[in-house]
Design a protein around this ligand. Structure first.
Ligand code: ZN
Length: 431
């Protein structure tokens, strides 16, 4: 209405703007869509193969078998494939890190262009050997069920078939397309984190394929950082009946420590610290000589790590039982992934691609509480790192209800393939 009595300049601008916008709302790429439809059935077959091999993070035999299967498929698609066993200095040892860690599958596809793109997913699960029997792969209606199918075997399967799709279309405009599938995500990636960070720092874009939600289909630009606080208190044992005063009660000191560190959460910054485990004593009639407790810490910013660690270090000095020895360990298990301009641009472009299919796609810049390997990829990255390019699914870490939505296979194949094409051709703003 305001333009009615003004010059025609804004109108020209508006028309030019409209014309410029037209390609952004381009019709869908029929060739890519047709190939995605073709890959759908093959992907379900691959998913069945991946799910049918049990691969808990500590199940080296299963992980080996699965790594070889994945490696074989990527090799057949033309990749230069390595199986990397994490050893020595490459391993960041935490208190629950097993002695041996499953191999990482790394495949490199070399193209004719310059852009470096990496696709990541993990092959390990939280489950124990033997559980598959009760939850084998099966398709029922619009869902495919199976142990570890959502977290994260679908991710490995989608990546496998995105690469197959690009090969079928003879697309090679990228510089390098790197596929990285690790075997230790569920134990905080002790063996793969340094490699993921190193390779992540070399990329223009990293797409991480953890699954998306069934409730709201969206990408994640941010994930939580996860740390743990472990307290070990040593006291002195003594007869609780005849000489309690000769002992040093480790449980009293531990209780004091837990209570004086129960208010460190900070809703304003999303920082959460909660004590979740505790153990003390050996017998009812013995003053406990040892006690231990653990707290779970979540942060949204790397800087919050420094703040909370310092606070804990300060507080722990104030003891109730001076004779007790208090040992505190603050362990940064996983950094947070923070949104930045590069990831916002890639997410916005992804939303544009999904719009070609008339599908809405969210892009969440606030972490929901979980942590993933995308954060390791982003730690020294100059390019974009975005999480949740995987299928929509449900039931991660639950023993009897894991599934993915079959209807999300084609759109996700289309999305990742088109995005790789656009990045390769320099058609994503700022990349
Ligand atoms: Zn996962």
């Amino acid at each position: 209405m305001k333009f009615a009595h003004t010059t025609f300049a804004p109108l020209v601008f508006a028309i030019a703007g409209f014309a410029a916008m037209a390609p952004a709302q381009a019709a869908k790429d029929a060739q890519v869509l047709a190939e995605a439809a073709k890959q759908k059935r093959a992907l379900l077959e691959t998913l069945k193969e991946y799910v049918s091999i049990e691969s808990g993070s500590r199940d080296l035999e299963g992980l080996d078998k699965l790594a070889n299967l994945i490696a074989g498929k990527l090799r057949a698609l033309g990749g230069k494939v390595e199986l990397i066993e994490p050893t020595g200095d490459a391993v960041y040892r935490m208190e629950d890190t097993p002695e041996k860690i499953g191999k990482v599958v790394r495949a490199t596809f070399t193209g004719t262009g310059t852009k470096k793109i990496m696709l990541i997913a993990h092959m390990d699960t939280v489950y124990q050997r033997g559980m598959l029997e009760k939850q084998p792969f099966r398709v029922e209606g619009d869902k495919a069920w199976g142990l570890g199918i959502a977290d994260d075997k679908q991710g490995v399967a989608v990546i496998t078939h995105v690469v197959a799709l690009l090969k079928a279309l003879d697309f090679k405009d990228y510089g390098t397309l790197t596929v990285l599938v690790n075997a230790d995500e569920e134990i905080s990636s002790p063996g793969s984190r340094s490699l993921i960070t190193k390779l992540g720092s070399e990329q223009d874009a990293v797409l991480s394929f953890e699954g998306a939600s069934i409730k709201e289909d969206k990408l994640s630009l941010a994930t939580a950082g996860i740390a743990s606080v472990t307290l070990n208190v040593s006291g002195k044992a003594s007869h609780a009946g005849s000489a309690p005063e000769a002992g040093v009660n480790a449980l009293y000191e531990l209780s004091h420590q837990i209570l004086q560190m129960r208010d460190l959460s900070d809703p304003a910054t999303g920082l959460k610290m909660n004590w979740t485990i505790a153990k003390a004593g050996t017998n009812r009639n013995v003053i406990p000589a040892s006690a231990s407790a653990g707290a779970d810490v979540r942060v949204l910013k790397v800087s919050d790590y420094d703040r909370i660690e310092k606070q804990v270090q300060e507080r722990v000095k104030k003891q109730l039982v001076p004779e007790a020895k208090v040992d505190m360990r603050f362990e940064r298990r996983r950094p947070p992934l923070e949104a930045n301009n590069a990831s916002r641009a890639m997410a916005a472009h992804s939303q544009g691609i999904y719009k070609e299919l008339d599908r809405p796609l969210g892009a969440d810049a606030v972490a929901a509480g979980g942590g993933t390997d995308a954060a390791f990829a982003a730690r020294q990255a100059k390019g974009a790192v975005v999480e949740r390019y995987g299928l929509q699914g449900f039931g991660a870490h639950s023993a009897d209800a894991e599934y993915v939505l079959i209807d999300s296979i084609e759109p996700r194949l289309y999305l990742a393939a088109r995005l790789i094409m656009d990045i390769s051709r320099g058609q994503v703003p700022g990349m």
